[in-house]
Design a protein around this ligand. Structure first.
Ligand code: SF4
Length: 456
């Protein structure tokens, strides 16, 4: 069996499963957020009754993150619906925007979009917050009402996005009927060179198979090249499996996974026992690709989909209006550090927006010093509009007052993960997906630029 098959067999209480089997699996964690949470709660109440209780109040994790820093009253109300439900159910893990459990969330636009407007519990973008808050564990099953839930596959777990109807069912029962996906095998060899990041790995892979090339399949990443990738790197790769239509992605468990998970579960006092899945000798794959990390180059997915792969160096004719760094995929501390490496001592020549994925990342950037300045100060001095209001922001457009949203048809290079028309706002805008360091180089040059031009 492949890693995913072994994991699903265990979750289904079976000795073995194979691709195509339909199995009932037990859920270890169900995550929902402000966009899909209210709908999921509605389904749950409709199907299980107004007074029903969730199947396990310690396994439902609620993370508002999407439409938060907006004056849109319906978006604000969604967070209030989550808070009411958490109180009613006694749910343990709720990362509220405000500290008052009886309060109402109202974004104060008179304070502007840059300064922090959240309380001490707020955790930022769900997929980045889940591991930081100790909710990702090897060998487990994580369902989330968000397509990029697959990011947690970096931690050797089965993690996938589900709709509100399925999530409402999981909320009531802790179980879900799943078809076991076929597995595609991506063997990584070698190591990345300066100027090339994990984002380039996944853009390369999606370029090979197309934006529907992994539809309802697992993308399994392993091989000697994985050892040199940090957990942040693995998260970036796993996150974008859905951009090829993947059901999930999964990495092997190793010492880095163990160190991260043990540290985070201890730090947060979350469940710390887990059982990773390891590779069998008889794995059956429907597709195999070996990726030589040594030969990868800075890569861009051009408008209008994540499969439109080109090399950054071949796109220098593409002039840009905007650059954006942020999201679960590209707004982690390590992403901002690579971004800052190019911007240190330089200035951007186009509008450039920076949105850390979580408050912890804001703190990292505001406390990491490079010489006289913090990384945050370096970025601000370079002309980047940095917001402390960590969240999804313009990654998915959002209400018109969302920080960084494209309200006119612009060309933008972005460290986010999805570039279908309208994704970041205006339907006629064009989004080019790239690594944070390629975004930085392009922000300086005002055109798509290979970041190696800026590295000594
Ligand atoms: S940052 Fe973007 S991709 Fe990630 S959860 Fe938010 S909207 Fe989705």
């Amino acid at each position: 069996m492949t890693l995913t098959e072994k994991l699903l067999a265990r979750a289904a209480g079976k000795a073995s499963v194979q691709a195509g089997d339909n199995v009932w699996v037990k859920t270890d964690v169900l995550m929902t957020h402000d966009v899909c949470g209210p709908g999921t709660i509605g389904v749950f109440k409709r199907e299980f009754g107004k007074t029903a209780k969730v199947w396990d109040k310690n396994r439902v994790v609620i993370i508002p993150d999407h439409y938060i820093f907006t004056a849109d009253s319906k978006s604000n109300r969604n967070v209030d619906i989550l808070r009411e439900f958490v109180k009613e159910q006694g749910i343990t893990y709720f990362y509220d925007v405000i500290d008052n459990p009886d309060g109402k969330w109202v974004f104060d636009s008179s304070k502007g979009l840059l300064n922090r407007q959240y309380g001490s519990h707020y955790a930022g973008v769900c997929h980045t917050a889940l591991p930081q808050k100790g909710h990702t564990r090897p060998g487990e099953v994580l369902f989330g009402t968000d397509s990029h839930t697959c990011m947690a596959g970096a931690f050797n777990q089965f993690a996938t996005g589900i709709g509100n109807t399925d999530a409402g069912f999981v909320m009531g029962t802790g179980k879900l009927l799943l078809k076991v996906p076929e597995t595609m095998h991506f063997r990584l060899e070698g190591r990345l060179h300066p100027g090339v990041m994990a984002k380039d790995i996944i853009l390369h892979c999606i370029g090979e198979i197309g934006f529907d090339g992994a539809t309802y399949r697992t993308m399994q990443f392993d091989g000697p090249g994985v050892a040199s990738l940090s957990m942040d790197d693995r998260m970036t790769v796993a996150n974008m499996a859905i951009e090829a239509g993947g059901k999930n992605s999964i990495f092997e468990f190793d010492a880095k996974t163990e160190e991260y998970v043990n540290y985070r579960t201890k730090l947060n006092g979350t469940r710390s026992n887990y059982e990773p899945v390891t590779r069998d000798k008889d794995e059956k794959f429907v597709y195999e690709l070996t990726v030589d990390l040594d030969t990868l180059e800075p890569t861009v997915a051009c408008h209008p989909d994540p499969g439109q792969r080109k090399k950054a160096k071949d796109l220098s004719h593409v002039k840009l209006d905007r650059a954006y760094i942020g999201s679960c995929t590209g707004g982690k501390t390590s992403d901002f550090l690579e971004f800052a490496r190019v911007l240190n001592g330089r200035r951007v020549s186009i509008d450039t927006f920076g949105v850390p994925a979580t408050p912890e990342i804001v703190h990292d950037l505001q406390t990491s010093r490079w010489g006289e300045k913090t990384v945050w100060e370096i970025l601000v001095d370079a002309g980047v509009q940095m917001t402390e209001n960590a969240g999804c922001a313009a990654c998915l457009g959002g209400p018109v007052d969302t920080f960084g949203r494209m309200n006119t048809p612009l060309k933008c290079i972005s460290a986010t993960n999805r570039n279908f028309p309208g994704r970041m706002g205006h339907k006629e805008s064009q989004v080019f997906l790239a690594s944070p360091i390629t975004v930085a180089a392009s922000a300086v040059a005002g055109r798509i630029t290979d970041p190696r031009e800026f590295l000594s």
